[in-house]
Design a protein around this ligand. Structure first.
Ligand SMILES: Nc1ncnc2c1ncn2[C@@H]1O[C@H](COP(=O)(O)OP(=O)(O)OP(=O)(O)O)[C@@H](O)[C@H]1O
Ligand SMILES: [Mg+2]
Length: 495
């Protein structure tokens, strides 16, 4: 198949509107002979109704018609179906009308009677090709959006691989999904991934933060309101459920919705209908609901803060996002991912992360989970003046981190190969040991080195390697110029 052939739809549907029945019949015959499907209409008002037909690809419109001009029809077309290519036809050609037609979005402009039958079929052929190429580009763009939305979700831990699998599976259903996880674990990202992988991907994805609005505002945002239903309701307003019709609504922080809104929400889930605040009638909506919570909703239910019936309605499928500290093997992958993102965004020449920095990143506790790691990498890219992100580019709490509490949790290393886990644990211990020693000696390096049984210059190199102590080192250490640049390790000093 050649490019040109594949670009032209085999059976594009052409709407021809002309009050001149002879021209109409001639156009119909010419186009049908070329293999097009033709809808021929001799009345402009009827033509206007046809402009709403989603299967129309192209249109040929006469300009001068009774009741409604072809120009009005063109404008209506461009409003409702901007993707339809329109060719204008006229027996009274002037430069002004031609310019006006092209400005209003017409693809071409033909003068009647046609010089020969090829004039119309050639113009339609070109317009069909343009439309087909544009449609194809749109499909590709949408596919790309959906793909990148999913590929943004990074992870290689067993826990995240099973999350990805679940996302794949649930995307194709309309079942309600409840995503649970600490703040910053990627709940919204997962919700987006589900939507953009689903058959609803071309329809809206509407995210609502349920904890950010007052009770009244939340109800009116979600379900809409009618004019006068409460102070401030000066017009009728469509709610987000209606706005998301055909698509997905993401109810973030669902645990924070007040009891009255819980009842309304339950009704929407049960009936598939929304009632605007203050309205009597309901509107049918087809919306997939994805909810998220960073509090344990089961516990909220048991404590009587969250309705049991609503909990079960929402919790058809649960996606549990583990905290980042429980999946340290995702950290290097995520760190490189964010490095790439921010290097591109900020425009710097940084091509990696030093082993020391990666070690500190892998050992940190990440209370703010992936969001905190992302912020940390953004900051490091901004601050770094080298070709690689180094320990000194990391915030102090990450730099000195050996899991805040001190000890590396064996549980969180259990997914790593033994050698890697042992190395991380050792490093964390060494950093912690040095920090504690330095604390005990109130920042006096000579004193700390004596207590460790390591000579002062070697001890200083260790501190430097781990970025421990920073500016707290005492003066006589600063003028020690005899050190070697070999990276030291605590166990090489026979302690
Ligand atoms: N697996 C992941 N891969 C890539 N980026 C991620 C991943 N998880 C989270 N992120 C990024 O981390 C940031 C926080 O993610 P997100 O907003 O989805 O978290 P959340 O769980 O909704 O947090 P909160 O409860 O605070 O709303 C976002 O910038 C997101 O892109
Ligand atoms: Mg969120």
């Amino acid at each position: 198949m050649t490019t040109t052939e594949s670009a032209v739809p085999k059976k594009a549907k052409v709407l021809v509107v002309d009050d001149d029945k002879i021209v109409l019949r001639a156009a119909q015959e010419i186009l049908q002979r070329e293999g097009y499907q033709v809808v021929a209409i001799d009345d402009a008002v009827e033509g206007l109704a046809a402009a709403k037909d989603p299967s129309i690809d192209l249109a040929c419109l006469d300009i001068k018609m009774p009741n409604l001009s072809g120009m009005d029809l063109l404008r209506a077309f461009k409003q409702t179906r901007p993707d339809v290519e329109v060719i204008m036809m006229t027996a009274f050609a002037t430069v002004e009308t031609a310019v006006e037609a092209l400005k209003a979005g017409a693809y071409d402009y033909l003068t009647k009677p046609f010089e020969n039958i090829d004039v119309l079929s050639l113009a339609i052929g070109r317009a069909a090709e343009k439309k087909a190429l544009r449609d194809r580009t749109r499909v590709l763009e949408q596919a790309l959006v959906a793909k990148s939305q999913f590929e943004d979700l990074v992870g290689q831990s067993a826990q995240m691989l099973s999350v990805f699998k679940l996302v794949e599976t649930v995307s194709f259903s309309t079942a309600t999904v409840l995503i649970q996880g600490e703040s910053g674990t990627g709940k919204e990202l997962v919700a987006r991934a589900i939507h953009f992988r689903s058959p609803r991907k071309d329809k809206p994805f509407v995210a609502v933060n349920c904890s950010a609005l007052t009770d009244t505002l939340l109800e009116s945002e979600l379900f809409g309101h009618v004019k006068g239903s409460f102070t401030g309701a000066t017009t009728n307003k469509k709610g987000l459920f209606e706005a998301a019709d055909g698509g997905t609504i993401f109810l973030d922080e669902i645990g924070d919705i007040p009891p009255a809104t819980q009842v309304r929400l339950l009704r929407v889930l049960q009936e598939g209908e929304v009632k605007r605040v203050g309205a009597n009638e309901t509107t049918r909506v087809d919306v997939r609901v994805i909810a998220a919570s960073n509090v344990d909703l089961m516990k909220a239910k048991e404590a009587g803060k969250f309705r049991e019936d609503l909990f079960y309605r929402l919790n058809v499928i649960t996606v549990l996002l583990p905290p980042l500290r429980d999946r340290p093997e995702d950290i290097p992958l995520l760190a490189h991912h964010f490095l790439k993102v921010y290097v591109q965004k900020i425009g710097k020449r940084i091509n990696g992360i030093t082993a020391g920095a990666m070690e500190a990143l892998t050992c940190a506790r990440w209370v703010g989970n992936v969001r905190e790691l992302e912020n940390c990498l953004e900051r490091a890219v901004v601050l770094s003046s080298g070709e690689q992100i180094d320990v000194s580019d990391l915030p102090p709490e990450i730099r000195n981190s050996s899991r805040a509490g001190g000890e590396v949790e064996v549980f969180s290393l259990a997914h790593l190969p033994y050698a890697q886990a042992k190395k991380l644990a050792m490093r964390a211990f060494e950093r912690r040991y040095l920090t504690t020693l330095l604390d005990k000696s109130k920042g006096n390096v000579s004193c700390a080195a004596r207590a460790a049984g390591v000579d002062r210059s070697n001890f200083r190199r260790l501190l430097k390697q781990y970025e421990v102590g920073g500016r707290t080192m005492d003066r006589d250490d600063l003028d020690d110029a005899t050190e070697t640049s070999e990276p030291p390790r605590l166990d090489s000093f026979n302690v």
